[in-house]
Design a protein around this ligand. Structure first.
Ligand code: ADP
Ligand code: GLC
Length: 467
């Protein structure tokens, strides 16, 4: 079974969020059970691309409206990953330092056209094309409708929605950039007067998946304008919970953390990581340590954190660390709290992969007050590292965390509000005082299995169900 994933992100090559983690893991686990799974992604100017060697696989020109652009397909020279990655190199458009820019319409159009142009030339075509998010949302349409890709239209195309908030909207005057098709079918591209790549993917993909079962249900009521479309297409849509890459996210072998540990050594292991964090960030190591890691955006409920944390920190009996970047105002408010709560609070505004691992290892609790959470990986990483997740009951968080009050292992709240966050922190504080139960819970959560094995099979079954 030959599968080609097409994505804007893939860990460890280019990562903005969980999309990268999933695309960097799923192909690997598909290969482990006998599939032949590879990734096509853009060639960005990242640390990874600067520090590896690449070979040229294919070279051609692509047509983007009235522009003709040269593109290369590159492959990593050494087998550094456990799956093949093919890069689309369009120097003037895709070779940027950040994954996303303000010219993404042209960038991802060129990427998708180049990817299909190249697939067209392959002797052994993929059995399945698996697209991720709106950046690849026009592929299901083009593979089905564009005349030049006619020979691909029997290949099932699957689209996974990692996040329906972003849809890749573009104005109608971009239509001429999409390889020619029967204009009578233009409606497949449109939603609410715009070309909407995510909507087009939902209409044209052979199957649509989301990254948790609860999110699939929620999308029918709240999908940034696509609710009715998702309800209408629900017969071909299914929610498959993400897994975590248990080779990368393993406290026993994690190269990023200060001290490795397993279930039997969790206390001393977490202590060493917490002590390091507390000394680096001037925090009181005797207090329960609450952490937040993530994009500082509305979806994550991040704008509520400054006030909620300010309030919770008044009692001076907790320590808090924040790692994130995003909305400038939230960044500033979170930064400003540092002086006010010196010794009990600190924040690193930015992106730091290594620090994120140490925080999962060293914190006692991880906060996720998300407004929208299609799956969420942080809570699963925190479980693996023995850190109690404090989550809002939504999407994938609802599917993976059970409250201690319901014989579970985490702390859940219903609303995205400062009050609910503070109450949840207080419940955490209370739980922390019951050290015997708290320590037993740590061991328990480390053994919850969220590895990719189960979900990998679910995807393979889904592909098989198409034929
Ligand atoms: P999303 O993809 O919506 O941002 P996920 O929970 O699926 O949310 O995945 C987020 C991923 O990005 C996790 O691997 C998390 O550790 C990582 N991450 C988010 N923000 C940062 C940051 N500032 N520094 C390091 N890692 C981060
Ligand atoms: C998106 C979602 C997140 C999910 C990730 C990986 O970024 O916001 O909830 O875990 O994709 O599927």
């Amino acid at each position: 079974m030959k599968i080609i994933h097409i994505s804007a992100e893939c860990y460890p090559i280019a990562k903005v969020g969980g999309l990268a983690d999933v695309v960097g893991a799923l192909p690997k686990y598909q290969n482990e059970i006998g599939a032949n799974s590879a990734v096509i992604m853009p060639f960005y100017n990242t640390k990874f691309t600067q520090s590896h060697k690449f070979t040229l696989v294919y070279q051609a020109n692509l047509i983007l409206g009235n522009q003709e652009l040269n593109f290369d397909i590159l492959k990593i020279e050494d087998a550094v990953l456990e799956f093949d990655v093919f890069f689309v190199h369009v120097k003037d458009l895709l070779y940027t330092e950040s994954v996303y820019t303000d010219n993404d319409t042209n960038r991802f159009l060129a990427f998708q056209i180049a990817a299909l142009d190249w697939i067209l030339t392959l002797k052994k075509k993929p059995d399945y094309i698996h697209c991720h998010d709106h950046h690849t949302g026009l592929i299901p349409f083009m593979a089905q409708e564009s005349y030049k890709y006619e020979s691909l239209n029997k290949i099932p195309v699957i689209t996974t929605i990692h996040n329906a908030q972003y849809q890749g909207w573009m104005s109608y005057d971009n239509l001429y950039k999409i390889p020619e098709f029967n204009i009578e079918n233009v409606g497949l591209l449109m939603w609410d007067g715009m070309i909407n790549p995510l909507a087009a993917a939902i209409k044209c993909a052979w199957r649509v998946t989301t990254v948790s079962p609860s999110y699939m249900e929620e999308l029918k009521y709240s999908a940034n304008g696509l609710e009715s479309l998702l309800s209408h297409e629900s017969s071909k849509a299914v929610g498959i919970l993400n897994g975590i890459d248990s080779a990368v996210w393993n406290p026993e072998t994690d190269k990023f953390i200060i001290k490795n540990y397993k279930k039997t050594t969790v206390e001393s292991g977490k202590k060493a990581n917490k002590e390091w964090l507390c000394s680096q960030f001037n925090l009181d190591k005797s207090k329960p340590l609450f952490a937040f890691i993530g994009r500082l955006v509305g979806e994550k409920g991040a704008e509520l954190l400054p006030h909620a944390l300010d309030y919770a920190l008044r009692s001076k009996d907790i320590a808090v660390i924040v790692l994130g970047s995003g909305a400038k105002e939230t960044e500033k408010e979170l930064f400003d709290l540092i002086l006010k709560h010196k010794g009990n609070y600190n924040a690193f505004i930015g992106y730091d992969e290594k620090l994120s691992h140490i925080i999962y290892a060293g914190a006692d609790f991880l906060l996720m007050p998300s407004r929208v959470e299609p799956c969420g990986l942080n809570q699963m990483y925190s479980l693996r590292y023995g850190t109690v997740p404090i989550v809002r009951r939504i999407g994938g968080l609802k599917d993976t965390v059970v409250d201690i009050g319901d014989h579970g292992f985490g702390i859940c709240h219903n609303e995205v509000s400062e009050q609910d966050i503070v109450v949840a922190i207080n419940r955490g504080k209370e739980f922390y005082t019951q050290q015997k139960e708290f320590k037993a819970n740590r061991k328990h959560i480390m053994s919850i299995d969220h590895s990719w094995e189960v979900s990998t099979k679910a995807y393979i079954n889904l592909y098989n169900s198409i034929n």
